[in-house]
Design a protein around this ligand. Structure first.
Ligand SMILES: Cc1ncc(COP(=O)(O)O)c(C=O)c1O
Length: 398
């Protein structure tokens, strides 16, 4: 008998293989365009310190009790007011459930709605984390064609009719309508309405992931799908990762009243730490718009730098939209360019990016590149994009 127990045969069948990204994040390279970190210097450390101190003086003794099963009531009221003001949503704080980031909200909703072999529609490119969780729950993924305004309603309609012919009904649609990850697509009001109409015609619910909605650089906010729907068929989630700190691990979901108890049943004991909630609440109740304004000003100028550098470095070899918000540029290369296989070598040269393969339901769209610019200094962004272009030329990828 070995004195080192081998767990490999004890692991349950539905646990996914260790993700490549999980192994590769550390150490980070100099030109790291892979992950959507925030700018460390933008974190309001002093403000958070003071907020937590005040919060503990006010209500620190409540730490002696277990928190409310849906999370701190005052935080849920704060979220309710914020969503009304910014996303035109009329909801009750009792519909809000706090989570450790929107990632946990995504996992809970998928757990709630998905049986093995259910068909779930996503955008043709979508957040890798969500795709992985959907796979883990045995969903069959169908990517709906999109343009710079997100899912194309006519294309969605065709897919749903096609599925219908094979006696398959899509279980739900997962969408990131505002500054989509990875493409930066942003649904216009008209697009939102026709998208909802198609989902309605086919009687399919929607899971709306709105975690980039605060990061608008120009133009007016468009109401969320949740706000525009009048049939109670949208489940919604959001996050404080993109406007405060991913390390805070704080997000939330908003579910139709009829689903609150079902979610509570699987979320028992899993609300976030009161420390994260209190620091966030006490800081943002006084500083929300000023802080978001500060962040979006930084991101806007970095996006301009990145977009300009892409034009200089790649010319018309790549197609790239100029997004009005969010944290990403999305580059489409000629179809034969494989930007996934070359990535390990690129890392050796100190550069990295996200590839279309990771963001596509079929893991096959290798000629796309996602660049996150939020956490990098402008000079690094510019140099890095030029270095990537030089490297791809040297490797005869372009
Ligand atoms: C679309 C989308 N949903 C959810 C998440 C998870 O973020 P968090 O758990 O930090 O809120 C991310 C992270 O990048 C994302 O892009």
């Amino acid at each position: 008998l070995s004195n080192n127990f081998d767990f490999s045969r004890s692991i349950a069948n539905n646990i996914p293989p260790v993700p490549i990204s999980g192994r590769a994040v550390v150490p980070r390279v100099k030109y790291d365009f892979t992950t959507a970190f925030l700018d460390p210097s933008s974190l309001p450390i002093e403000g958070l310190n003071l907020a937590l101190k005040t919060a503990l003086e006010d209500e620190g003794q409540d730490l002696a009790y277990y928190p409310h099963p849906q999370g701190h009531p005052k935080m849920r009221e704060f979220i309710t007011d914020k969503l009304k003001l910014e996303r035109s949503m009329e909801i009750d704080p009792d519909q809000v459930i706090l989570t450790t980031g929107s990632g946990q909200a995504v996992a809970r909703v998928i757990e709630l709605l998905t049986n093995p072999n259910d068909t779930v529609i996503t955008e043709e490119f979508s957040y890798q984390g969500t795709l992985n969780i959907l796979r883990r729950y045995g969903a069959k993924l169908v990517g709906a064609p999109m343009d710079r305004e997100g899912i194309i309603p006519e294309a969605l309609d065709k897919i749903l009719h096609r599925l219908h012919k094979t006696a398959t009904k899509a279980k739900y649609i997962y969408t990131i309508p505002t500054f989509q990850n990875p493409t930066g697509a942003d649904m216009s009001l008209e697009r939102r309405k026709s998208f909802l109409q198609i989902a309605r015609n086919h009687n399919i619910p929607i899971f709306e992931d709105d975690c980039y909605a605060d990061l608008r650089f120009t133009g007016e906010n468009t109401p969320s799908l949740y706000a525009l729907d009048d049939t109670n068929s949208v489940v919604y989630c959001g996050s404080f990762s993109k406007i405060l700190a991913p390390g805070m691990r704080l997000g939330f979901m908003v579910v139709p009243k009829g689903l609150v108890e079902n979610i509570k049943a699987i979320h028992l004991g899993a609300t976030p730490s009161q420390f994260a909630i209190l620091a966030t609440l006490y800081f943002l109740k006084d500083h929300l718009s000023e802080h978001v304004q500060k962040l979006t000003t930084i991101f806007h100028s970095r996006k301009d730098t990145a977009f300009g550098a892409v034009g200089e470095a790649f010319g018309n070899i790549v197609k790239c939209d100029n997004p009005d918000g969010g944290l990403y540029l999305w580059l489409e290369f000629p179809p034969n360019c494989d930007l996934a296989s070359i990535l390990p070598k690129a890392r050796e040269y100190g550069m990295s990016w996200g590839t279309g393969a990771g963001f596509s339901p079929g893991q096959d769209r290798k000629n796309y590149m996602r660049l996150c610019y939020g956490h990098l200094e402008p000079s690094i962004i510019r140099d890095g994009i030029h270095q990537i272009a030089d490297f791809l030329r040297q490797e005869q990828i372009i």
